[in-house]
Design a protein around this ligand. Structure first.
Ligand code: ASP
Length: 597
């Protein structure tokens, strides 16, 4: 076994060996994918990051020392080989690999490193359990599909970076050891050794720094930024994730959106090979909620929501009539062509599903293709209301309609979720399509059921809409914000806003969010102070790189697009983090864990 390379250099990569190279002497280096010994001839698949090529060791043509060394080869040995490229016999061609028409007749072999039998199969379609794969992530990373995703990630970042630099943005790194920023999640804290009893926070985003870079006069900033949020585990979250973060001075929302669209377009061009139709459509938050019941609507299928409140005032069905009387709404969707397929069991499951979104029930009405009607409430409806509902909903034989009655946002949200569920259940969503659009004019505040108070819908630095400025004093919770989200295939890709650049407005905002003057100055004094010295009007945006790659690559989980991901309970199975640390380290920080509590 050779310990060092000793001058071995590859002349080409495994995936590059082609018919045009027939007769050429080449040198390859890589990992043994698999070995097949048919007695007298050993076939070895050699793998590197570009692909696989077949090596042939022929006992008759090689000296016995080399042949017996070839016999010792096992999966994942790291080897170097010299040999001659030959065409395969027609019946030996393998269409599954790029180099399947050729093979390399080996004449020299060196083993750089042997390998024990790996604990997982290093093949794309291997069915190893995810926990084992992640424990041995460095082996999992050798799989072609995992490598392709990370190559795609690098290509996406490159497409974004080159676009941003071309547009005159400067990349600035901001600190990781910082002060808590109110992005709405819990902070990860880092206790200071030097400042006993005090902590840094890891940034939830570089929000305040990028605003201060605008105060600092940079005008156009971007960064591929790591962000940290200590949130409860959810399927599609990672405690640390990557954002493309940007900020611009002297801009209106449209200017920022144009740059973000350009960056996305460059990604589509470079990675998927086609361009987007720009500018992207814009839908206000209000319209999105009313039409799709969501602030991140999946517009790859229709089935829009209808508000039928006006039609049901005297319909005969007390649930609907009461909703009207109480100032609530009745909203519905028509799931076209689903009636014949909808069993009673499916209806019950849909009702239970809707209830998880805080509505009391789901009213359904299915008209089979033969005209027969099954419904949970038709028996209560008078003829006039029945005809009106059919007309308003565009119901035709074969269609099924669903209604909920509740407070407006509750009803719309439940209907929006039901729309998505029906879209998935009946395959209405065209998965081959990528649909991007902006959602604009979000409310400035939203009510947090958890905290029982109003919180900033985006973050506290978001500027109200000019038209709504005066409402800040009278009806602050009706104020719309100069904020916008980019949505792709029903997934929020990123959000941004025009910022408050005036210290008095920022102070008012903090006050409305329940911070006292003292508290606001204690936490954000440096920002309020900075705003006193000539702050340019500015705004920005940030979008999640991990989620973008996941969507573009069609992967199911963020873990698939991150080199070393954490699992759902925020731990890393490979390094076994978080982990206990030696007592001396804790002592240095004056920390003591009280695990009894
Ligand atoms: N900092 C914000 C976030 O991470 C994005 C922005 O407003 O630019 O959500």
């Amino acid at each position: 076994m050779a310990v060092f390379l000793d001058g071995w250099k590859r002349s080409c990569m495994c995936g590059e060996v082609s018919e045009q190279m027939q007769g050429e002497q080449i040198t390859l280096i890589g990992w043994v994918q698999r070995v097949r010994n048919i007695g007298g001839i050993i076939f070895v698949w050699l793998r590197d990051r570009t692909g696989i090529v077949q090596l042939v060791f022929n006992e008759q043509k090689l000296n016995s020392e080399l042949y017996s060394e070839a016999e010792s080869l096992r999966s994942e040995f790291v080897i170097g080989v010299k040999g001659t490229v030959a065409l395969r016999d027609e019946n030996a061609v393998n269409k599954d690999i790029k180099t399947g028409t050729v093979e390399v007749n080996a004449t020299e072999l060196v083993i750089f490193n042997e390998a024990q039998t790996p604990p997982i199969y290093i093949e794309d379609d291997a069915k190893d359990n995810e926990a084992v794969r992640l424990k041995y992530r460095y082996l999992d990373l050798r799989k072609p599909s995992v490598q392709q995703t990370l190559f795609m990630r690098s290509k996406v970042l490159n497409a974004i970076r080159s676009f941003m630099i071309n547009e005159g943005f400067i990349e600035v790194e901001t600190p990781i050891l910082t002060k808590s920023t109110p992005e709405g999640a819990r902070d990860f804290l880092v206790p200071s050794r030097i400042h006993q009893g005090e902590c840094y926070a890891l940034p939830q985003s570089p929000q305040i720094y990028k605003q201060l870079l605008m105060v600092g006069g940079f005008e156009r900033y971007f960064q591929v930024a790591k962000c940290f949020r200590d949130e409860d585990s959810r399927a599609d979250r990672q405690p640390e994730f990557t954002q493309l973060d940007l900020e611009m001075s002297f801009v209106e929302p449209k200017d920022i959106q144009t740059e973000v669209e350009g960056a996305f377009n460059n990604v589509f061009k470079e990675v998927l090979g086609y361009e987007l139709n720009l500018p992207l459509p814009r839908i206000t938050w209000k319209e999105a909620m009313e039409r799709f019941g969501s602030d991140k609507p999946d517009t790859r299928f229709a089935m829009e929501i209808n508000n039928v409140t006006e039609s049901i005032q005297n319909c005969g069905f007390s649930v609907f009539e009461d909703a009207y009387k109480n100032g609530n709404v009745v909203v519905g969707i028509n799931a076209k062509g689903t009636a014949d397929k909808l069993s009673r069991k499916h209806m019950d499951a849909l009702t239970e599903f809707a209830k998880t979104y805080h509505v009391k029930g789901l009213a359904w009405y299915a008209m089979n293709s033969d005209g027969t009607v099954r419904s949970s409430f038709k028996k209560f409806l008078n003829d006039e209301a029945n005809a009106q509902l059919i007309e308003k909903m565009g119901l035709e034989p074969g269609d099924a309609m669903f209604f909920v009655a509740d407070k407006k946002i509750t009803a719309l949200t439940a209907m929006g979720q039901l729309r998505l569920k029906l879209g998935k259940d009946f395959g209405f969503i065209d998965n081959t399509r990528h649909d991007l659009h902006w959602i604009t004019e979000f409310p400035l505040f939203e009510y947090s059921e958890d905290e029982q108070r109003y919180v900033a819908a985006h973050h506290p630095f978001t500027m109200p809409m000019t038209e709504d400025f005066e409402l800040m004093d009278t009806k602050p919770y009706e104020v719309r914000a100069q904020s916008y989200d980019l949505v792709m295939n029903g997934i929020e890709m990123g959000s941004g806003s025009i910022r408050i650049h005036l210290s008095d407005v920022q102070e008012k905002m903090f006050r409305l969010l329940g911070f006292s003057h003292e508290e606001a100055w204690k936490r954000f004094g440096f920002l309020l102070e900075a705003f006193k010295y000539g702050t340019p009007p500015h705004g920005g945006f940030a979008f999640g790189i991990d989620r973008l790659i996941m969507t573009l690559s069609g992967k199911e989980s963020l873990r698939d697009v991150i080199a070393f991901p954490k699992v759902q309970n925020a731990s890393c199975l490979m390094m076994d983090t978080p982990s206990a640390v030696p007592q001396e380290q804790l002592d240095m920080l004056h920390l003591k864990f009280d695990l009894e509590q």
